[in-house]
Structure formats: C-alpha cells, structure tokens
Write a protein that binds this ligand. Structure first.
Ligand code: ATP
Ligand code: MG
Ligand code: FE
Length: 345
C-alpha cells in the first residue's frame, strides 16, 4: 500500500510517499523559517498562505521522485491536529480532496503520533511496548506506549516545552529564530560548569517537567554579565542551560523505564536531534540495560514522512475517515484509540 502523507500543522510543509512493503519512497519539505524569522516566531496567517503556495507542487515533486503517477497512490494521510487551525486546514483540505478525487481512502493523523512513530522509519525500528519521550516545540511528554494508539501519559511539562525553552533561551542570548539548534551549536564551544543551573524538578517525585524557572535563572545569570555578552560568555551560558535540560530529561526517562519495566526508550520531536541529549540518554539506557531509538536527523522536526508512515499503519488496519474534515487545535495524544476505533476524527 502506497500512502501520500501531508504535514502542515505549523511552519513546515512536508509531503512524502510511504510504501508499506518498500518503505519510504520519497519525501520533500519546505520550511518557512525565513518567512517568519523577522517576526521572531510563527505568524499563523503567513503560515497558512505559504502552505497554500507550496503544497501541491510538493505533491507533484514527491510523486515524480518516487516514479509514481496519481493512480499508484492507495491512500492519503494528513495531519488534523494539534497545531495552528489555519495551517492544518490547508493540508487537511488538500489531502481530503485529493483522496476524494483519486477515489482512495483518507486518514486523519495526530501530529504527535507522527513524531512518536518517526523512529519506525529507520532500518532497525523499535518494537512495542516502549516508553516514548516526545520533546518538541510544543510538547514535553513521557508516554507509555503499549501498541499503536494505546498511549498512557506518564508525565509532561507543567509550563514550557523543552524546545520552547531552547528557543526562548536562544533569543535571550541574541541568537536568531528558531534558536534551539543554534543554541546547541554554541554550547559545543562552552566551558563546562562555568554556569551550573539546577536541573528542574529532579528532586521531586514523578515524571513531570518544568522549564520556565530555568529560563528565568538563565536570564538572571545573563543580567549579571558585562554587556554586550562575549561569544565565550554566551557559549558558557548555553552549555549550562543545555546541561540542565538534558539532565532533567535523562532523570525522568530513567524513572519512566524503571516504573514501566520497559527496556526500550523512543525519543522523538525536534529536540531529539540534540547531540548532548542523545549522548546522555544512550549512557543512561546502557546502565539500565536498555536501548534508545531516535528518528533520522531529517525526521526529528516536522516532516511529511512521519505522517505518511503513521497514516499507513492506520489505513493498513482498516481505519479511514468519512468525507468531513475535523481539525483540532488541541488534541491530547491519549485521546487516540487503536486503529479502526477512532474513525471519523
Ligand atoms: P509540536 O511538534 O509540539 O507541535 P513543533 O512541531 O514546532 O511542535 P518540532 O518541529 O518537533 O516542534 O521541533 C522544533 C523544536 O525543536 C524547536 O523548538 C527547535 O528549537 C527544537 N530543536 C531542533 N533541533 C534542536 C537541537 N539540535 N537542540 C535543541 N533543540 C532543537
Ligand atoms: Mg517548525
Ligand atoms: Fe512537531
């Protein structure tokens, strides 16, 4: 079964074709980063309009790259939430219309289920059951995953998401939007332990996170430094911040593995691209006799491949939507059901 996947929940237009027998056939992404950079964040109306411009050419492109014609597509998957409603509308309406025009089934995909399953695109995919750490621009969650659509929330951020904390701290350090990857790069030049920030919530029981206090601690540390900040000062602060975030994530992931008895940890979402995080989690899991699975670096942040993959799993199990398109700005992952039981989303 060949599935066209469409992602448009935020500021990336992603399209891909996934074949349930041959794997990922092609994928293309248009990032709107430059469009929003001068505003320092995503402007929803600009995002929607740009999805309109990019989407259909990207569909043509991935079909051409896969050597497929429209008749070769067996189903269409598109993100229906969570995300910006206007942006979601573009991808979902296009996807639903293409499926109707082509006479194939369509399926609605939860953006975070897409992220969660992205490591399944790798040559050695993880097997259920496992613990998933979702660390993205809008989410920081630990999920107990028993099977596709069987998700139990173990813990989550009580305030900012990890990616959001990276972006806000990067802004504080004068880095251009979106600052997460830039901050990580800067941290590589940092002197360890010149700035030591407390890893939030690790002294408290449970598996929740909090990152807004850390951001404040960084702001106070920066305020004590001579201005303008030297490159070394910024790198040292960046490393101190990143170390505290990584430590908090590592401690809660260990707790999640211990609490569930699972040996497999799946990490996904934009922050899963972070090298320091990967190193810390690999080390921790080795001690727990476990193993960590990550998406390819191309599929950590938003992309169409993860939507094509997630949609393909649900279509394969017989799930499909009726002709209506329902979008969800907010949508807890734990509201999902195993395939077939959540039709009509
Ligand atoms: P959500 O998936 O929760 O709706 P989103 O789609 O905006 O949010 P993603 O695209 O998964 O989020 O990830 C983007 C986030 O990942 C940004 O906050 C970005 O700064 C962060 N990020 C990307 N690469 C890195 C990195 N190497 N280190 C730290 N953070 C990173
Ligand atoms: Mg983005
Ligand atoms: Fe995302």
């Amino acid at each position: 079964m060949r599935v066209l996947g469409i992602e448009s929940s935020c500021d990336e237009t992603g399209v891909a074709v996934y074949d349930t027998e041959r794997g990922l056939l092609s994928h293309a992404l248009f990032s709107q980063v430059k469009l929003h950079a001068e505003y320092g964040g995503v402007v929803p109306e600009l995002a929607s309009r740009d999805h309109v411009r990019r989407l259909l050419p990207l569909v043509d492109q991935v079909l051409a790259e896969a050597g497929l014609s429209r008749q070769d597509v067996d189903g269409v998957a598109y993100t229906t939430g969570p995300g910006l409603l206007g942006a979601l509308m573009v991808g979902a309406m296009a996807g639903r219309s293409l499926a109707l025009a082509w006479g194939v089934p369509a399926v609605a995909v939860h953006h975070m289920e897409g992220h969660l399953l992205a490591p399944m695109l790798e040559a050695e995919p993880p097997a259920f059951p496992f613990v998933a750490l979702l660390v993205s621009g809008g989410h920081t969650q630990l999920i107990k995953v028993e099977a596709l659509g069987r998700y139990e929330l173990l813990g989550e951020s009580l305030d900012d998401a990890a990616g959001e904390a990276f972006d806000k701290t990067a802004k504080l350090l004068g880095l251009p939007y979106p600052g997460g990857p830039e901050l990580a790069r800067l941290a590589e030049q940092g002197v360890p332990e010149r700035f030591v920030f407390t890893a939030p919530m690790i002294d408290r029981p449970g598996m929740d996170f909090s990152f807004s206090g850390l951001k404040t601690a960084v702001r106070q540390a920066v305020a004590r430094l001579p201005t303008p900040l030297s490159e070394q000062d910024r790198a040292d602060v960046a490393l101190g911040f990143q170390t505290a975030v990584v430590r908090a994530l590592e401690v809660k992931c260990r707790r999640a593995l211990q609490a569930t008895g699972h040996r497999t940890l799946v990490v996904a979402g934009g922050v899963s691209a972070n090298t320091a995080l990967r190193a810390a989690l690999d080390r921790m899991a080795a001690k727990e006799r476990g193993r960590v699975y990550y998406p390819d670096l191309r599929f950590c942040t938003d992309n169409g491949a993860m939507i094509a993959y997630a949609g393909a799993q649900r279509l394969l199990a017989g799930e499909q939507v009726d002709s209506a398109v329902t979008l969800h700005a907010r949508w807890p992952l734990t509201d999902l059901q195993p395939p077939g039981q959540s039709a009509g989303q």
